[in-house]
Design a binder for this molecule. Sequence first.
Ligand code: SF4
Ligand code: SF4
Length: 176
Amino acid sequence: MVLAARFHKAEDILSRLDYSELLGLKKTCSQIQAAQRAILERGVSYMNHCAVVCRGLCCRNMKVMEIISLYDFILLLVMAPEFKYKIAKQVRLARVLHTADCVFLENGRGPCLFPVDLKPERCIASFCFETQLIRRDLIRLRTSFNRLIFSLRWYRWRRFGLVLLKKIGLIRAAAG
Ligand code: SF4
Ligand code: SF4
């Protein structure tokens, strides 16, 4: 799936949710955001190392499709819908840009266009060194992302189940 298809799938999934599902999703996304904030706060020295010493090598020479997931886009669209057009523009550009660097680097150089506390999971949680200080926050982040994935699957199956039950009811009514 190309990046644009992934982004549109995220939009499509959200457009099918009802009010209570959206509320549930928002709660989980807030937990992801809180975990990201804790990582930024407690892991400030790690972040500085990436930005100042290494100059964000991880944002260069990378495969964006392997880094940014459907759930990262869902997180962004739920928590920061005002970023939708900015990110959508870069997603479209990804089709024509022939660059090894991440398409979400502003003007090709940076900083990253995602909100500071709503980064794709792999961007905020992957380090090439030991990160003992934020070990628990990373676990919290992973758990919250897993909850997000589980919730979306559960909503889909529940909807499917309801349609099936309705059909069975209709068949029984027609037969009886
Ligand atoms: S995780 Fe490692 S390679 Fe990536 S930006 Fe930080 S220091 Fe550089
Ligand atoms: S989304 Fe942002 S943090 Fe992640 S690789 Fe791209 S520029 Fe870097």
